[in-house]
Design a protein. Sequence first.
Length: 465
Amino acid sequence: MKSAVETLNPTRVRLTVEVPFEELKDSLDAAYKKINQQVTVKGFRKGKIPARVIDQRFGRGAVLEEAVNDALPKFYTNAVNEAELNVLGQPEVDITELKDNELLAFTAEVDIRPELEIPDYSGIEVEVDAVEVSDEDIEKSVEQLRERFASTSPVERAAQDGDVVTVDLEAKVDGEVLADGIANGVSYTIGSGELLDGIDEAVKGLEAGGSATFTSELKGGSAQGKEAEVKVDVTEVKARELPELDDDFAQLASEFDTLDELKADSRKRLERMKKFDQATQAQEKVLEALLGLIEVPIPEKLLEDEIRTRKHNLEHHQLGQMGLDLAKYLEIQGKTEEEFDAETKEQAEKGIKTQFVLDELVNKEKLNVSQEELTEHLMRRAQSSGMSPDQFAQAVVEGGQVPMLVGEVARGKALAVVVEAATVKDTNGEVVDLEDEEEAEAAEAVVAEAEGTEVKAEEAPKTEG
């Protein structure tokens, strides 16, 4: 077999391959055997039809076609390996010559990863938010915990902000009660914004037994997005009572004996959160600066596939879980379809560039992923997906997504290398020394976010080829 490579552009090549006919022998034998099992000829046992008879009855062309279809992937792969190409996606193959007993010749056009030169990145400088936890932050955190331990008791007065009301709802569209527009015994905290727009104003001032009617756009159900006339009947009003902020509350709500210990723990927890946010901000800004240093050509088909995949994931997974369609989502976001398409394209381009650049860094720095690192990453992804580690691992293996996770970890390590070499200062002008664990975790999260990768239990996410 002889092959040659022609570079069409930085991300696409054409392979020209010539195969001597004797190298098709195994595929020809397999073709005759396959046809033998599929046809019957009077006077011959099934599977025992001579090759000359098959040629006469069904044509040599049918045999050649079967043999070439069987052999092409092998010869294409051999040519790719011989040329040491890093191909993306499926090739466009064109058989240019097929001479029986003489020669098979074909061309294959395919996208490839562009060759990138990674410049010196040690001069990158970025600024991030300083880690500062105020007394107000502590008070807010403790107050949120206090809210979780609030109790309620019925009251005989008009409902007001913060009260918990039990209501019956009936929704009409065009004067007709919807089949799925009736809900009884619904518990709602006034001011939480968790039900329909307009319900707060309708129920405030009502006592148990009171009713009101208001107009609201339905957020789900058979008439989602339509204006409905909603009748609300208040059956009970409960006042929320917050526990006293004292040592007893600390013992109730935590493992601590005193309120001071609880507040000290809240400070530590908030500092950890802000440090992680700071590490994530550093990773994002350093990645942005690194991508700005490198011109990265992107294969057109790969970009089209990536855009299509991102739209599919948004429409069929994220929005579907929220009961929204794309049109409603765009309305909520205040975006036109053209703006959404432009934004999706920009995100897809950044994701592909991120993968290309960081993969090049992985090779340059000779970074490897250990089993321990992969396991830790899998645990983090399982936690963020809401699945147990065992369920998540099973979905990953069954979906053939282990290489994707390995790639995320490796690219996260590559980004961490760049961040380590960069200068990171906070808004106070202090040099930030990121902790290794936070840096690695934040880097992996930033890479996954940039690339838009998801792990689905039902289907494998996008791959690049």
